[in-house]
Design a protein around this ligand. Structure first.
Ligand SMILES: [Zn+2]
Length: 174
């Protein structure tokens, strides 16, 4: 069964940087293990997304609502976290300018199962999971809850519930 893992926005700014959270840092070792297992087995395609903003971030709608400059292209905060860098070598890395990626649907079309991990559960993970559900209602979409982190623990749980209600399968919830 063809499966893809989408690792959402695991960039320095969302883990240790300006928008970092303790939950993202605590989740990281679990994601490292997951990717190491996938690498060993070689059966799952991995796609990393990278939140990508320009110098005009504060003039965008996202910037007006969240006036914290982050993930400006080519800055240190924009880079994938060091712990995951080695896994990007055999993966696809795609930049995205919005919460959801308009490129993702065509990239994951051929997979029967699309799994999500990364941050933030309540913004970019949920945006992309529901985007895929809209494009491909017959595709199985699942979320590895143990390898996601939200803006707050409560927001993480709420987003998991929203995705569960929208018939995404939630795995490894604790
Ligand atoms: Zn952003």
């Amino acid at each position: 069964m063809a499966k893809a893992l989408i690792v959402v926005d695991m960039q320095n700014d969302f883990v240790t940087g300006v928008l970092g959270t303790r939950e993202a840092r605590e989740m990281l070792p679990r994601l490292v293990k997951k990717l190491a297992d996938i690498e060993a087995e070689g059966a799952v395609d991995v796609i990393f997304t990278q939140d990508t903003h320009a110098d005009n971030y504060l003039d965008t709608q996202e910037g007006r609502n969240l006036p914290v400059v982050h993930c400006v292209k080519k800055t240190a905060g924009w880079e994938i976290v060091p712990e995951l860098q080695r896994f990007t070598k055999r993966a696809q890395v795609i930049e995205k300018k919005a919460f959801g990626s308009t490129r993702l649907p065509s990239l994951i079309k051929r997979f029967e199962v699309v799994e999500f991990a990364g941050v933030c559960t309540d913004i970019c993970v949920v945006s992309n999971a529901l985007l895929i559900k809209a494009f491909y209602p017959e595709q199985r979409v699942q979320i590895d809850a143990a390898c996601c982190a939200g803006t707050t623990p409560e927001a993480h749980r709420e987003a998991l519930n929203v995705m569960r209600n929208c018939q995404c399968r939630i795995i490894n919830e604790f």
